[in-house]
Ligand binder design. Structure first.
Ligand code: HEM
Length: 212
């Protein structure tokens, strides 16, 4: 007997739900570049199908910066200036050792939050950006990434009693390297799609069985 229309419809719905469950991928990772002075600088990145979220933490008494997909002072970087909770962030392409370049003409980031942790002399800033901004100066991020080389820097000549919020030479103790490793995050949205897909399939199988 030919399968009924509702059998076919239920099977198609299940396939679509499965396909959308499979396509939604989010990865995340965290790294603390090893800074010779021992200063804590941390980067967390969450990359979904459309956007990248960066959580940057560094000293509240200094500018600090993170550079992406590099093992030296070169390429796409996010530079946080100011001190405490009064911060600005720019996209800037480092041009080589000793040459930090200048802020890009097109800024494609949004600051989501700035939290000043005075007790630990740290500031955390959350930033969002499309994975592919369309700006040739910007790195493109993707949830298919597995790892990225990262650099970090701050002014190692500054201190809580002698703050410096303006980009300047970090000193040999104030810059370092790390690798961020990404792992897939189980997404609530894709979980619910998967549950929906299974429910539709069970319904479809039952209906097809009932109709012979
Ligand atoms: C005014 C701004 C800056 C100046 C004048 C500057 C200057 C220098 C100089 C002279 C060196 C060689 C000495 C050393 O290794 O410490 C260097 C290296 C380095 N800088 Fe910068 N820098 C600046 C900004 C930055 C920023 C914003 C970052 C990170 C986002 C950074 C990351 C690095 C790294 C990772 C090295 C080591 C490179 C290597 O060994 O290949 N620098 N910088």
């Amino acid at each position: 007997m030919a399968p009924s229309r509702s059998c076919i419809a239920a099977t198609l719905c299940a396939l679509v739900a499965f396909a959308s469950a499979a396509s939604a991928t989010t990865v995340e990772g965290t790294v603390q570049p090893a800074i010779p002075s021992g200063q804590f600088i941390s980067l967390s990145m969450t990359i979904d199908d459309a956007k990248t979220t960066f959580e940057l933490t560094g000293p509240d008494f200094s500018w600090f910066a993170l550079g992406f997909d590099t093992e030296t002072m070169f390429g796409y970087a996010l530079i946080v200036e100011g001190t405490d909770g009064n911060r600005t962030v720019v996209e800037q392409n480092l041009l080589g050792i000793g040459n930090p370049g200048s802020p890009q003409p097109s800024q494609d980031i949004s600051i989501i939050s700035t939290v000043h942790d005075a007790a630990n002399d740290l500031t955390t800033i959350v930033i969002e950006r499309p994975n592919n901004t369309g700006d040739a100066d910007d790195a493109v991020f993707s949830p298919s990434m597995t790892e990225l080389e990262i650099i970090g820097a701050y002014d190692s000549f500054s201190s809580p009693s002698s703050p410096n919020g303006f980009l300047s030479f970090h000193g040999s103790q104030g810059r370092g390297f790390g690798t961020i490793t990404f792992a897939v995050v189980p997404e609530p949205a894709s979980m619910s799609h998967a549950v929906l897909a299974i429910a539709l399939m069970l319904m479809g199988t039952k209906r097809c069985r009932d109709r012979g």
